[in-house]
Design a protein around this ligand. Structure first.
Ligand SMILES: [Zn+2]
Length: 160
C-alpha cells in the first residue's frame, strides 16, 4: 500500500493593493459587476470576471430561476461569455466574488464542484492554467495558480 498526499498552495493577500495591477483590475471588475446578478431567490450575488490572453476582460454573474435546477453560476456564465466572444483566446485568470444580504462575506468564496470541472475543462482546452483570484465581499484574497489544485483527481478527456 502506498499513500498519495495531495497539496494545495494558496497565496493569501490581506489587501487587494498587494495584488498585481492586472489582478487588482480583474477583481475590481468582479466586484463592480455584482449588481448585474439576478438572484431574487437566494439573495446571494456572485460575480466572476475573466482575463483573456489578448487583454480583454469579460464578466458573468449568477442567473437564478424559479426552477432552481436551471440556475447558472457566475463562473460558468463568465467563462461561456468569454469562450463565445473569443473562442480562440486562452483564458489567463478568473476573479470571483460574492455578496450576501444575510451576512457579510469576509472570507473568499470558491467555485462549486461543477464550476471547478468547467474551469479545468477550459484549462485543458487552451493548454494553459487559469489563475483563480477569490474574495468575499471583503477580507482576504486567495490566489491559486490553477483550478486543478482545487479539483484533485479530476475527470478529463484522456479517460474517454
Ligand atoms: Zn458554480
Amino acid at each position: 500500500m502506498k499513500k498519495l498526499v495531495l497539496k494545495t498552495t494558496i497565496q493569501v493577500y490581506d489587501d487587494a493593493r498587494e495584488l498585481s495591477k492586472s489582478d487588482q483590475s480583474l477583481l475590481k471588475l468582479a466586484h463592480k459587476s455584482l449588481k448585474h446578478s439576478y438572484s431574487p431567490y437566494s439573495k446571494f450575488k456572485v460575480s466572476a470576471s475573466v482575463l483573456l490572453n489578448n487583454g480583454k476582460k469579460v464578466f458573468g454573474t449568477n442567473q437564478e430561476n424559479a426552477a432552481y435546477s436551471v440556475c447558472l453560476c457566475a463562473e460558468r456564465t463568465a467563462l461561456s461569455n468569454a469562450s463565445s466572444r473569443y473562442p480562440k483566446e486562452p483564458i489567463q485568470a478568473i476573479a470571483v466574488t460574492a455578496r450576501s444580504l444575510e451576512q457579510v462575506l469576509d472570507r473568499p468564496v470558491s467555485p462549486c464542484g461543477p464550476c471547478r470541472q468547467f474551469i479545468c475543462e477550459m484549462e485543458n482546452r487552451y493548454k494553459q492554467p487559469i489563475r483563480l483570484i477569490l474574495q468575499g465581499e471583503t477580507g482576504p484574497i486567495y490566489v491559486l495558480e490553477s483550478c486543478k489544485s482545487i479539483l484533485p483527481l479530476g475527470f478529463d478527456s484522456s479517460f474517454l
